[in-house]
Design a protein around this ligand. Structure first.
Ligand SMILES: *Cc1c(COP(=O)(O)O)cnc(C)c1O
Length: 379
């Protein structure tokens, strides 16, 4: 049975498709202070805290907005006066952290690696040696603009050894890639409502060590992004300070229940890995080339080169896929002539199989039945 193009499956780096039951949780209008709302909020916070492996050690704070709001809140709240933040970037989301620091006037240093290259420890060691004023490191765990997974364990070990605070943008990994924040000693993690947790967009979550949060009292120059204040109010009242995204929160609590029912992080990781393998193998069979080496790839999203064929048009591929009920995504400007297909969200291996059949059909419509390195059309 063909898919309903009016209700497409999002194969994008976020937002992601969610289950019908998670969507259905949004069909009730609720006031912000009723017991059901408070129960959902408490449950979601406790659920995210449990995933750290040290629920007593971490506070979970929702911030209204997308995950960038959480990243901005964490930088503004946790880097103290006199502190210096070292940011690693190998893509768009690393660069956005740099932009956040520039806007906030937070002193920062940047180390970069090429788009498909994770950093190694020596890079951070050299940066810490060059500037002893560095107090914190912020790392993007899964760089969604390419799909590269950066080495969290190694950087965390270095930070523990050097007494440097580590903040992790786990927006595109939390819920699907194990992150034992307690064991790793992470100062804070940022998470999105709408990526691997499979909720809808509208809440950025910050998970922060309690002692670190306590030290942040009165530090943030922004009222709405003040994590200490948001947390303090929530602990005292069970409520948000300002109008909460009530529908989004209801959906998120349902998404957490479904995460738990699926079998938690290991089960979600296994499903995404099956999706990713089917995707990359299916695309390779057609002749597409995945740009991130498999050993650095996360099972969240994959980036492919445009085929070297004069008949290829990404716009035509996008439109043809959309007519068949699948949404794919362009690459980033820095990575010219690439596109991305996501494998997170309420997506199963069979869905990816159908998507691969759709790609083959659309390519045939473009008159492309064979391409790739071995069969490249001569210029
Ligand atoms: C999606 C994402 C963000 C946040 O982007 P928003 O546009 O604010 O949702 C931040 N970091 C990473 C790694 C992401 O994938």
């Amino acid at each position: 049975m063909p898919r309903d193009a009016a209700d497409p499956l999002l194969l994008t780096p976020g937002p992601v498709s969610v289950s019908r039951t998670t969507r259905a949780a949004m069909m009730t209008d609720r006031p912000s202070g009723d017991v059901e709302f408070q129960a959902d909020l408490a449950f979601a916070r406790a659920y995210l805290a449990a995933l750290t492996g040290d629920p007593a050690g971490y506070a979970v704070i929702p911030v209204q907005g997308s995950a960038t709001y959480a990243n901005e809140a964490v930088v503004a709240s946790l880097v103290p006066p006199g502190g210096v933040l070292l940011i690693h970037s190998n893509g768009v989301y690393g660069d956005r952290l740099v932009e956040i620091c520039a806007h906030l006037g937070v002193p920062h240093r940047v180390v970069r690696t090429a788009p498909f290259t994770p950093p190694d420890e020596a890079l951070f060691e050299a940066a810490l040696r060059d500037d002893p004023a560095i107090t914190h490191i912020m790392l993007v765990h899964c760089e969604t603009s390419t799909g590269v997974l950066n080495p969290l364990e190694d950087v965390a070990a270095l930070c523990r050894a050097r007494g440097v605070g580590l903040i992790v943008d786990a927006v595109a990994s939390y819920g699907a890639v194990p992150i034992e924040a307690g064991r790793l000693g992470l100062h804070a993690i940022t998470v999105s409502s709408n990526k691997c947790m499979e909720g809808v967009p509208g809440i950025g979550w910050v998970i922060v060590q309690r002692a670190v949060l306590e030290a942040a009292k009165g530090r943030n120059r922004s009222l709405s992004l003040d994590l200490w204040d948001q947390h303090d109010h929530m602990e005292r009242t069970g409520l948000f300070r300002f109008t909460p995204p009530t529908h989004v929160l209801a959906a998120f609590a349902q998404a957490c229940r479904e995460h738990e029912a699926e079998g938690g992080v290991p089960a979600r990781l296994a499903r995404y890995q099956r999706n990713w393998r089917r995707l990359v193998e299916g695309m390779r069979q057609m002749g597409f080339v995945a740009v991130v080496p498999d050993e650095h790839a996360s099972p969240i999203v994959a980036t492919f080169r445009f085929p070297e064929h004069p008949g290829f048009s990404f716009q035509a591929l996008f439109e043809g896929m959309k007519r068949r009920g699948f949404i794919i995504f362009p690459g980033r400007l820095a990575l010219a002539n690439t596109f991305r297909i996501g494998c997170m969200g309420a997506v199963r291996e069979d869905d990816i199989g159908e998507a691969m059949a759709a790609v083959a059909e659309v390519m045939a419509e473009m008159g492309i039945t064979a391409f790739g390195r071995s069969e490249a059309v001569p210029a």
